[in-house]
Design a protein around this ligand. Structure first.
Ligand code: ZN
Length: 334
């Protein structure tokens, strides 16, 4: 993009700074059930959140909400609808993220979030928030691409419009790197007549798990083993959960196991998978560890817990080998 284009874009963006949008109302006042669910999910056992008797001796004299719940009160929820009374963004309130999208900066990644709390919230508080763009950086070259850092300032107020908290939420909007030219660039006559089959998703691979995927490429189903106490473990991890040793190697599994649990995946219907629904099992190997794997040679309705299965190491494409499991015949079981 030329400097002139950048200047025009940056002028458009500058006009969006400081426009205050809102209020965004909350569906529910601060309440004990939501506080209890949050504290449970976070594993936070502070009695000020859940024990009314304990809380009666505190400054507030009642339960308080965990301060980090601040943003939860005005969230739109799964319906993606704003609560009644919300003032939506209007046509004369341009939003910098929309402008960046229109200019091709469609990549987005959250960078950081800071919250500041001015008082504890108690059941009955009715929270709203306003949002404005606080600042936009100059154009930056980042590891993800060229982009702009945008800082949103969220201002949370109570039923008396008194400020109870603030949140600064920073995003990077970037131009995604250009993709390699596609086959469509070839003259039509040269292009493959058959549509290519979609590839299976690639596994997440790191230093700890590489041996497992490499083993499959060599036709072996490997299980990680602690060399100190000989405990087997899967999925692979750096430390033995039994003795905390960091020393490990791997042993080859027989590939025999039973279905410990399973699911027939109806949705989403992915083009890389032939079967729909797609049967996926948690297989317990005879060595004792369990792994998640696709099932082959079986109709989804015939899958059942306890079914004996055998790994079949399958080269799915040039790069990916997987252990898929098929039912063992009665002869093989005997
Ligand atoms: Zn160990």
């Amino acid at each position: 993009m030329s400097d002139q284009n950048n200047k025009e874009l940056e002028a458009l963006m500058a006009e969006t700074v400081g426009i205050k949008v809102g209020p965004h109302r909350s569906w529910d006042a601060v309440n004990q059930p939501m506080i209890r669910h949050w504290a449970e999910a976070m594993g936070d056992k502070n009695p000020r959140y859940t024990d009314p008797e304990f809380a009666s001796s505190t400054e507030e004299g009642s339960i308080i909400a965990p301060p980090t719940m601040l943003q939860a009160w005005t969230m739109r929820g799964a319906s993606w609808k704003h609560a009644p009374g919300t003032q939506e963004r209007t046509a004369d309130q341009p939003y910098v993220l929309d402008i960046l999208d229109e200019h091709g900066y469609i990549g987005v990644v959250a960078v950081n979030c800071d919250q500041e709390y001015f008082r504890n919230l108690v059941p009955g508080d009715d929270i709203s928030h306003y949002m404005e763009i606080e600042s936009i950086s100059e154009q930056k070259q980042t590891g993800l691409g060229v982009g702009y850092f945008v800082t949103e300032l969220w201002i949370f107020v109570d039923q008396n419009e008194e400020k109870v908290g603030e949140m600064r939420f920073r995003l990077l909007k970037f131009l995604p790197p250009k993709r390699a030219p596609k086959a469509a660039a070839k003259p039509a006559a040269e292009a493959d007549s058959k549509p290519k089959k979609a590839l299976r998703p690639r596994p997440g691979m790191n230093k700890d798990t590489r041996f497992f995927w490499q083993g499959l490429k060599e036709g072996k189903l490997l299980i990680q083993r602690c060399t100190s106490c000989k405990t087997l473990r899967h999925p692979p991890s750096p430390m033995c959960p039994s003795c905390r040793s960091l020393e490990r190697d791997a042993v080859e599994a027989s590939g025999k196991g039973v279905i410990h649990s399973y699911v027939n995946v109806h949705h989403p219907d992915l083009p890389a998978f032939d079967a729909s629904p797609n049967p996926v099992a948690l297989v317990e190997l005879e060595e004792g560890t369990r792994l998640v794997a696709g099932l082959i040679g079986i109709e989804p309705e015939d899958v059942r817990i306890g079914l004996p299965v055998q790994a079949e190491i399958t080269q799915c494409d040039d790069e990916l080998a997987l252990a898929l499991f098929r039912p063992l015949s009665e002869k093989e079981q005997g």
